[in-house]
Structures are given as structure tokens and as C-alpha cells.
Design a protein around this ligand. Structure first.
Ligand code: NAD
Length: 544
């Protein structure tokens, strides 16, 4: 029997971001873990139904900033492993889906506390080494954001379950928030450890069971996330971890009649291809699968002629180059008025000259490497394209992949408002500026709205309240996360629910109850307390 009581989870608070200053205990713990992890080469298996699976083929997990250094050999799964994982998820479903919600929540809340304590340095170190994040970038992602997702989702669950219909006299109406019937396919990107943790645990918290395919370039942090959840008490089969190429794993999972939902974060073309496959298979599913995808961006910083050049330049540097521009929210196109450009340009050049790029284990570096050789090629090609088109390279432009996939923080200025680099996502440390005539603010608003197909994040800088209000209105659909006088990155769970529309995704707002609601299928129950015993209504009676 489940414990009687209407329980309330502990109030959620955002996990404080540790500073890693010299001499701090967190710095010492992290450095020790970095050293230890760098010195080993581990074998990572698939985890299906709680069991470890070697598959006979492996791929290497490397350090992007020292790509000859192999951190792990990772088992590579194929369609047969996906089938096993689906079977394991189905086996776990009856018990997990009926487990009282507070028991499920306790597992994820315990994972949050373990991560805040003994697991912090492990998940941060794995994220630094395999995804090339600095200590600060790893801390705000792998530690803090993951913890926040795990804590806040329990609150969201209670808000959803508490949403109940009214009842009439003699009747009790109820909504039961059933988990989806089938399994959820969670597919995560390389750039945030917290996203892999959230795509899986959010749906699992609501009672679903999961097949998880993480990005191969974030294999190490996915492995430690899985082990953390196991230590927190996650039962076998609730989350099944299958590594492998998207082309092999994706179609196999999407072909199953038991597919109940896709929880995806990654690029726009991959999500569109998955949606198409689901469309092609639609008649074969037992249910219409829920499709939740947060995808690409071409995020803008728009400065009004009244803005301060220093604050605009600071936002550009932080918003475009932290984590090498590989945040989905990173600014990658700039609209700067002609009166501000000379000062913004100068400030960008002097600030960016002080940025060091290199091995993230050296804490003096502000940036690491881009994730892999393919991204490196994309960035190098874009810089070459800008040069060939006669655009100005304002800062950076250098690339070097001899040791790591390094790309300098690069600002490009174009005179062509339709230039490709203002439209396409590059997902690297390259930002393209268009300098507009300061008298053409109205036209520039239209340009910002219409140039790219994406609508993820955007920021407007102004000291003129009317201009802010106008941008707010005219750019209503240009961004799902809109910032006023702030950089467009750094959304915090519980504070700025995250996601965008247009080509940027289904805008289901990760880390909010709007996302969690996609992982339940409500059943309405009407119970009549004293049922009728005569079919006749009073109007049928004869007049007297
Ligand atoms: P990606 O699309 O290359 O890969 C994402 C995941 O999809 C990986 O696990 C990959 O292996 C898998 N995949 C690839 N082909 C597949 C297929 N046919 N079927 C199933 N799965 C397949 O993206 P990435 O390079 O890992 O991440 C960067 C992208 O993610 C950028 O476009 C970025 O904007 C986006 N992103 C968006 C958000 C957001 O909240 N909107 C957040 C983070 C990242």
C-alpha cells in the first residue's frame, strides 16, 4: 500500500554557482578529478534494463582540445540494441508507472543532492574533458542546471497533478495524469550535460520509461549521469542508455509501434528528419507520438542608437564566445547602429585580445576547442567564405586543429544584410555584425525579424523606453527568450523557461510545467456518488 498523505516536495531553490577561486575546496576537488580522469582510459558499455552491454564495436571519446587523447572506448549500439532497450523500457513500465509519484520524485531529488555533493566534481570534470568546457561553464551546466532541473521538476509535477476539474453536486470529477502508453525516445545534443539529464529524467519523473540516445561527442558525461541516477536508486529499465550513430539508432526507435514520444534537443535538420519519419510511420503507432524538439538558433543582439557601447560590447563577448559559441542561445548576429559602431568595434577588439583559448584544464583559459573536426571545418569554411565575400574580419579569424579543434573568437562585419552568415547557424565562436544607418531603426527591426528562419533567443539594448517597447512588439515572434539590456544566454531553470519557435523548436519550455505536461496523457474520471435508478426525467411527467 502506498503511504497515505498529500505530500509536498522540498521548496526548490537554484543551486548556487561555485566560484573555483584559487585555494577553494571545490577547485582542489575538481583539479584532482580532472587529473584522475585524464590519466585513465575507461570502457563505457550500453546500459539496458540495468545491465551492461558490450557490442563488439566501439568509438573513441576524446578531448576536443587535445584530440589525440582518448578518454574512453564507448560501446556502439545498433538497431538490435534499440529493440532490447525498448523491450526493457516496456518491462519496467507497469511497475514504474504505478509507483507513487513521491517515491519517483525522491530518486531524482536524491540525485540532485548527490550531484550537489560527492558527484559534482565527477560530472564537471567529464564535461570539461570530453566537451571542452571551462570550469565555470561546466559548473553552470553539469552541476547547477542539472540539479535545478531535478529539483524544480518535482514542483512542476505537483502543480500539474493539482490541476483538477470542478465537480457538481453528487458527482466527483477527477483528472488522472497517466504516463504515456509506450516508451519515450530521448535524444540529446553534445553541448549541455544538463539537457541529457533533463530529457530523460523529466519524462521518467512523470512515470514514463525511456530509451536514451546521447550525442557521441558527450559520451563521458552521459555515462556518469547514468551512474549517478543508478546510485540515487533509479530502478533497472526506467532509463536505457544506447550509444551509437543517429542514423542507426534513430530510425530503429522511431519504427516501433510503442513509440509514445520523442524528447529531442539538437539541430533543426535532424529534428525535421525525425518528424518526417514519424509522419511516414504514423499509421503504425498505437498512439500519436508526442514530438518535443528544441533545435537551432541564429540569435541576435540588436542595439538602439541610445544604447551604451560598453554594455553592448560586453554582452557580445559573453553572449557569443562563452563555450566557444556552442550554446543554443549564443548570439551569432549583431545589428549595431552607425553612431555606436566605432566604440563597439574598438571595445570588442580590446576585450577579445585578452581572451585566451586553450586546454580547459588550465583554468586561465576563457575558451576551449569546438566539439569535433566537422564543426572545426564548418567554422574554418565560414571564415574563408567571409574573406572571399570581402567582409571585414574585425577580430580573430585564426584556426588551428593541429592539437585541438581551436577557433579564435571571431567578429565579422558585413555590409550585406542578407549575407549567409547572418542567416545560417554555425554553432561556433563566430559572430557577424551588420552596421545599420542609425536613422533606420524601424527597417532594422523588420530585418531582425525576417532575416533568419530561427526564433530562439534575442536581445535588445536601449536606453530609450519607447524603443524597447517597440522592439518588444515588433519582435514578438523573433525569439522565445527575449532579453532587454542583457546578453541572450544563461537562462536559469525556474527563472527563464527556455525554448523557441519557428525553426528553433516546438517551444515547450524545458524545465517548466509546460514541458512536463507533454509526458502525461490525462484520463478524466467522473464518479456519480448516488447513481440514478430511473431513466425518466421530470419533464416527462403529466401536467396536473
Ligand atoms: P545534432 O542534431 O547533430 O545531434 C543531436 C542528437 O541527435 C545527437 O544525439 C545525434 O546523435 C542525434 N541524431 C543525429 N541524427 C539522428 C537521426 N537521424 N535520428 C535520431 N537521432 C539523430 O546536434 P548537436 O550538434 O549535438 O547539438 C547542436 C545543436 O543543438 C545546435 O543546432 C543547437 O542550436 C541545438 N541545441 C538547441 C537547444 C535548444 O534548447 N533549442 C539546446 C541545445 C542545443
Amino acid at each position: 500500500m502506498s503511504a497515505p498523505g498529500i505530500f509536498r516536495p522540498p521548496a526548490s531553490v537554484n543551486e548556487p554557482v561555485l566560484g573555483y577561486a584559487p585555494g577553494s575546496p571545490e577547485r582542489a576537488a575538481l583539479q584532482a578529478r580532472l587529473q584522475q580522469m585524464s590519466a585513465e582510459r575507461i570502457q563505457i558499455p550500453l546500459v539496458i534494463g540495468g545491465e551492461r552491454f558490450e557490442t563488439g564495436t566501439t568509438f573513441e571519446a576524446v578531448m576536443p582540445h587535445r584530440h589525440a587523447h582518448v578518454l574512453a572506448d564507448v560501446a556502439k549500439g545498433d538497431a538490435s540494441h534499440v529493440e532490447r532497450a525498448i523491450a526493457a523500457a516496456r518491462t519496467a513500465h507497469p511497475v514504474w508507472s504505478r509507483t507513487p509519484w513521491h517515491e519517483r520524485a525522491a530518486i531524482f531529488l536524491r540525485a540532485a543532492e548527490l550531484l550537489a555533493g560527492p558527484w559534482r566534481s565527477t560530472l564537471n570534470a567529464a564535461t570539461m574533458l570530453n566537451q571542452s568546457k571551462t570550469a565555470h561553464q561546466a559548473e553552470i551546466d553539469a552541476a547547477c542546471e542539472t540539479i535545478d532541473f531535478l529539483r524544480f521538476n518535482a514542483d512542476h509535477l505537483v502543480r500539474i497533478y493539482s490541476e483538477q476539474p470542478i465537480s457538481s453536486p453528487g458527482v466527483w470529477n477527477r483528472l488522472e495524469y497517466r504516463p504515456l502508453e509506450g516508451f519515450v525516445f530521448a535524444v540529446s545534443p553534445f553541448n549541455f550535460t544538463a539537457i541529457g539529464a533533463n530529457l530523460t529524467t523529466s519524462a521518467a519523473l512523470l512515470g514514463n520509461t525511456i530509451v536514451w540516445k546521447p550525442a557521441s561527442t558527450a559520451a563521458l558525461s552521459a555515462w556518469y549521469t547514468m551512474r549517478l541516477l543508478e546510485e540515487a536508486g533509479l530502478p533497472p529499465g526506467v532509463i536505457n542508455l544506447v550509444y551509437g550513430s543517429g542514423a542507426a539508432i534513430g530510425p530503429a526507435a522511431l519504427a516501433s509501434p510503442e513509440l509514445a514520444g520523442v524528447h529531442f534537443t539538437g539541430s533543426t535538420p535532424v529534428f525535421q528528419s525525425m518528424w518526417k519519419t514519424v509522419g511516414d510511420n504514423i499509421a503504425g503507432y498505437r498512439n500519436y507520438p508526442r514530438l518535443v524538439g528544441e533545435t537551432g538558433g541564429k540569435n541576435f543582439i540588436l542595439a538602439h542608437p541610445s544604447a551604451d557601447a560598453e554594455t553592448v560590447a560586453t554582452a557580445i563577448v559573453r553572449g557569443s564566445f562563452e563555450y566557444q559559441g556552442q550554446k543554443c542561445s549564443a548570439s551569432s548576429r549583431l545589428y549595431i547602429p552607425s553612431n555606436l559602431w566605432p566604440d563597439v568595434r574598438e571595445r570588442l577588439q580590446s576585450d577579445i585580445a585578452t581572451i585566451s583559448v586553450g586546454d580547459v584544464s588550465d583554468f586561465s583559459n576563457f575558451m576551449g576547442a569546438v566539439i569535433d573536426s566537422s564543426s572545426f571545418r564548418t567554422q574554418a569554411d565560414a571564415i574563408a567564405e567571409a574573406k572571399a565575400a570581402g567582409a571585414e574580419i574585425v577580430t580573430g579569424g585564426g584556426v588551428d586543429d593541429s592539437e585541438g579543434w581551436f577557433v579564435e573568437p571571431t567578429v565579422i562585419k558585413t555590409d550585406d544584410p542578407e549575407f549567409r552568415l547572418l542567416r545560417d547557424e554555425l554553432f561556433g565562436p563566430i559572430v557577424t555584425a551588420y552596421v545599420y544607418d542609425e536613422r533606420r531603426w524601424d527597417e532594422t527591426l523588420r530585418l531582425v525579424d525576417e532575416t533568419a528562419s530561427f526564433a530562439l533567443t534575442g536581445a535588445v539594448f536601449s536606453n530609450d523606453r519607447y524603443a524597447i517597447e517597440q522592439a518588444h512588439r515588433e519582435l514578438s515572434y523573433a525569439a522565445g527568450n527575449f532579453y532587454v539590456n542583457d546578453k541572450p544566454t544563461g537562462a536559469v531553470v525556474g527563472q527563464q523557461p527556455f525554448g523557441g519557435a519557428r525553426a528553433s523548436g516546438t517551444n515547450d519550455k524545458a524545465g517548466s510545467m509546460w514541458n512536463l505536461i507533454r509526458w502525461v496523457s490525462p484520463r478524466t474520471v467522473k464518479e456519480t456518488l448516488v447513481p440514478a435508478s430511473d431513466y425518466r426525467y421530470p419533464f416527462l411527467d403529466a401536467d396536473t
